[in-house]
Structures are given as structure tokens and as C-alpha cells.
Design a protein. Structure first.
Length: 153
């Protein structure tokens, strides 16, 4: 008598999107968007719930994200920016301060999205909302090498 484990099934992109629909997400194809080099024109799909959204596409049998999930600001997805003293949502057209309710909704959205896609939920990301960018304005010239000292003229 042999005991066999069932082989883990790797769901297709369409099956993953159906799982997201069953979990209460809205899945819409983005018109006029395609990823270069992706099979079948690599259409980008926007997954949203309430005011949170993320853009997904399939390439090589795996699901890829455009960026981290964010808050919808018009037709754009606002990326979470940690300014050191406050969090903001930033898009190319502007920014707005992040509210506690938005951060809670975004965290729940990302956790439910991972579950619906069949991805692993990492412990450190499960503790709270993870920012896309960390921009601390008190650290000037941080990325320009060693700053010039006051005594060096």
C-alpha cells in the first residue's frame, strides 16, 4: 500500500481571477493596456474593492503586480509613501494624506488579495501596512555619498 500526496495544482490566471471575484473583488480589464512580451497581448487587469486597487497581469504562468496596492484617486492608484512623520498617497497628478481607515482598508485588501491569488502571506507584511516608498525629509543628501563637512571648505 502506497500513500501518495496529491500534487499541488497550479491554478491558471483565469481561475485566480475567478477566486478573487468569489471573494468580493471587482475585476475589470483595462482598455488599451498591454504588457510587452507577455503572451496573448498580456492584458492588464485592475482588481479593486471599495477604494483600494492593484493592477495585475500574467506572464509565464505567474501573476505579476504593477506595483503595491494603493488607494484609488480618480483613475490612478495612489502609492503609499512614508514621509517619516506622516503617510501619504501619491500619484503622478498629486498627493493626499493617508487616513487611518484607508490604511486599515488597504492592509485588509492586500491580505485578502494574497489569499485569493493563492500566494503566501509573509509574517512581517501581516503585521501592518507596508509603504511603497520611504522618504524621510530630515535626511538631506542621503543618496549623494558623503556630505561635505562644515569644516571642509
Amino acid at each position: 500500500m502506497f500513500f501518495r500526496r496529491e500534487r499541488p495544482k497550479n491554478p491558471t490566471f483565469t481561475e485566480r481571477l475567478d477566486n478573487l471575484r468569489k471573494a468580493g473583488f471587482t475585476v475589470t480589464a483595462r482598455a488599451g493596456t498591454a504588457r510587452a512580451g507577455a503572451p496573448q497581448a498580456g492584458a492588464v487587469v485592475r482588481v479593486s474593492r471599495e477604494n483600494c486597487a492593484v493592477d495585475l497581469w500574467e506572464e509565464g504562468g505567474t501573476v505579476h503586480r504593477e506595483d503595491r496596492a494603493g488607494i484609488l484617486m480618480g483613475a490612478e492608484i495612489g502609492a503609499l509613501v512614508d514621509g517619516g512623520y506622516q503617510k501619504f498617497f501619491r500619484t503622478p497628478s498629486g498627493k493626499k494624506p493617508a487616513l487611518a481607515d484607508e490604511l486599515k482598508a488597504l492592509h485588509a485588501f492586500e491580505e485578502d488579495l494574497k489569499e485569493g491569488l493563492g500566494e503566501q502571506s509573509l509574517y512581517n507584511e501581516s503585521l501592518g501596512t507596508v509603504s511603497t516608498f520611504y522618504l524621510y525629509d530630515r535626511v538631506q543628501d542621503r543618496d549623494r555619498g558623503v556630505p561635505k563637512r562644515i569644516w571642509e571648505s
